[in-house]
Design a binder for this molecule. Structure first.
Ligand code: SAM
Length: 236
């Protein structure tokens, strides 16, 4: 199943199964200045960042939420100062549209791990707004499951993300976070992986699945994430 179909299919489950995404969005919002000007949220989903900006009473003029899954956008809060745009952050045409908005702040939480070419996406983001704050997952997420199953993570390594970010932004804050999310069983963990939108669907053979169920040593899932905050070189 393609990434877009996956998000459309699981849109309804998504808000309830996303403890780490909630933490990630909080980490982003807690690192922001009080006044944000015009904001773009790439991969805005059901509006977690927007809701947190409001809860924390951060000031912004206008908020543009961008996502390629219409069913996620349909769950996003609506309002006079909000505009929701269908757009794919892998495509130059999306950024051409966004660059006309003269945004001040570009945010993204738990989405850019899906960027096909992360250098392109950071580079285009940096041409879109002078300030960027990003929380995203890296390939150490579900590391032990991938190792036992003998599969590669479908998302970028932390090192690749960091070096792509540093090509387009002067770093103000860079941090790696590890989380452990407890589950009652390994089967529950595998279900979570399919539905959470954190990493790709695990396409395991029957043998690999049995091996994971038999050998996984932890009662929690592992997450490896990154926070990148910086000023774009394009606006200096
Ligand atoms: C894990 S959710 C995170 C949503 C929200 N930012 C949050 O913090 O809850 C990832 C979102 O990225 C969107 N997404 C994934 N790939 C995308 C792409 N190439 N272009 C635009 N949106 C994308 C998905 O549709 C989904 O809404």
């Amino acid at each position: 199943m393609k990434v877009k179909e996956q998000f459309n299919k699981y849109a309804k489950h998504y808000p309830h199964r996303s403890v780490i995404q909630q933490r990630g969005a909080e980490i982003v919002v807690d690192s922001l200045p009080e006044s944000l000007g015009t904001v773009i949220d790439l991969g805005c989903g059901s509006g977690r960042l927007f809701k947190l900006l409001q809860n924390r009473s951060l000031k912004f003029n206008r908020f543009y939420g961008v996502d390629f899954a219409e069913s996620m956008l349909s769950l996003h809060p609506k309002g006079d100062n909000i505009e929701l745009l269908i757009g794919d952050f892998n495509q130059a045409s999306t950024f051409e549209r966004l660059q006309k908005l003269n945004a001040d702040t570009l945010l993204s939480a738990s989405a850019l791990q899906w960027a096909k070419d992360i250098e392109f996406t950071f580079n285009s983001a940096a041409k879109t707004a002078p300030f960027g704050a990003f929380f995203l997952f890296s390939s150490g997420t579900f590391k032990t499951i991938h190792k036992i199953a003998g599969v590669h993570s479908p998302i970028h390594s932390y090192t690749a993300l960091e070096s792509a970010f540093l090509k387009s932004y002067r770093a103000l804050q860079i941090e790696q976070f590890h989380f452990e999310l407890p589950f009652p069983s390994t089967l529950e963990m595998l279900r979570y992986i399919q539905e959470s939108g954190v990493s790709g669907k695990l396409m395991l053979s029957y043998r690999a699945l049995k091996r994971v169920l038999r050998e996984y040593p932890f009662d929690y899932l592992e997450f490896e994430t990154a926070l990148f905050i910086g000023e774009s070189y394009d606006f200096n």
